[in-house]
Design a protein around this ligand. Structure first.
Ligand SMILES: Nc1ncnc2c1ncn2[C@@H]1O[C@H](COP(=O)(O)OP(=O)(O)O)[C@@H](O)[C@H]1O
Ligand SMILES: [Mg+2]
Length: 221
C-alpha cells in the first residue's frame, strides 16, 4: 500500500506535525502505519503522550540498515504507510525516499524554507535517478497564515507553486495542530474548551488528506 514520506532538511518546517496530522486523519477510516525515522523520536513522544487512533500503529525505525524491511512489512499490514524523516540528507532518508510513492516537502512562506525545499527536491531527484524511476513529490505549505499573507510571503508562495508540484491545501499555522504535541492523540480527541479552532483544523486536515489520496490515485489536480 502507498508509502508517503515527509522530507526537508529544514528543522521545524513541519514534517513531524504534518505526518501526525495526516496519519491520524487517514486512520479515522483506514489502517495506517506511521514510522518515526528521526532519531529525535518526536513522533514516538507524541504517540506516548495520548491514545492514538485504533487503526493507527506507530513504530520507531531501527535505522538505515532496517528501514527498507520495515517499510516492506508495514505496506503488508496497513492501507497507508507514513514516514517522518530526519532533517538531513542521510542514507536513511535516501533509502526511505527510494521506497516512497509520494514524498511531501513541507515549507513555510519564508525564503529559508524555500531554499530548504529546493534542496529537498534536488535530493529526491537524485534518489529517483539512482532508483531509475520517478519519485512523485509535492510541496506542502505548512505553518502558513490562514488569513492574508504578507507581500513577501505571497511572492515566495507563488514562485514556488509556479515551479513545482504543490498541494493546493496548506496546513495553516493552527494552535490545534501544535497542541497535538502537548496532548497526544488526534485532532478529534482535543478538548474544545482548552484548544480553539479545532473544527477548522479538522476541516483543514481532511482537505489535505483528501488531496493526498487523490494525488496517489494520479487524479489531475
Ligand atoms: N501547521 C502547524 N500549525 C502550528 N504549529 C505547527 C504546525 N506545523 C508545525 N508546527 C509547530 O512547529 C514546530 C516544529 O514542527 P515539526 O513538525 O516538529 O517540524 P520538523 O519535523 O520539520 O522539524 C513544532 O513545535 C510544531 O508544534
Ligand atoms: Mg521532525
Amino acid at each position: 500500500m502507498p508509502v508517503i514520506s515527509f522530507a526537508t532538511p529544514k528543522g521545524g518546517a513541519g514534517k513531524t506535525t504534518s505526518a501526525i496530522v495526516l496519519a491520524t486523519t487517514l486512520a479515522q477510516r483506514v489502517s495506517v502505519e506511521l514510522i518515526d525515522a528521526d532519531p529525535a523520536a518526536r513522533t514516538i513522544a507524541w504517540a506516548k503522550r495520548g491514545s492514538v487512533p485504533e487503526k493507527l500503529t506507530v513504530t520507531q525505525s531501527a535505522g538505515e540498515k532496517a528501514i527498507q524491511d520495515e517499510i516492506e512489512t508495514a505496506t503488508r499490514r496497513a492501507a497507508f504507510v507514513i514516514i517522518d524523516l530526519e532533517g538531513l540528507a542521510s542514507r536513511l532518508n535516501a533509502f526511505a525516499m527510494g521506497e516512497s510513492d509520494l514524498v511531501i516537502v513541507p515549507l513555510g512562506d519564508e525564503q529559508q524554507d524555500a531554499d530548504a525545499a529546493v534542496e529537498a527536491l534536488k535530493q529526491i531527484r537524485q534518489e529517483a535517478r539512482f532508483a531509475r524511476r520517478e519519485i512523485p513529490s509535492a510541496l506542502l505549505f505548512a505553518r502558513t497564515k490562514a488569513a492574508v499573507k504578507a507581500r513577501n510571503a505571497k511572492e515566495i508562495n507563488a514562485e514556488m507553486r509556479g515551479a513545482v508540484a504543490a498541494f493546493k491545501t496548506e496546513l495553516n499555522d493552527r494552535t490545534a495542530f501544535s497542541s497535538l504535541h502537548s496532548y497526544g492523540g488526534s485532532l478529534y480527541d482535543l478538548d474544545r474548551s482548552a484548544v480553539g479552532g479545532v473544527e477548522k483544523a479538522i476541516d483543514n486536515a481532511e482537505a489535505f488528506a483528501a488531496e493526498v489520496v487523490s494525488k496517489l490515485r494520479g487524479d489531475q489536480q
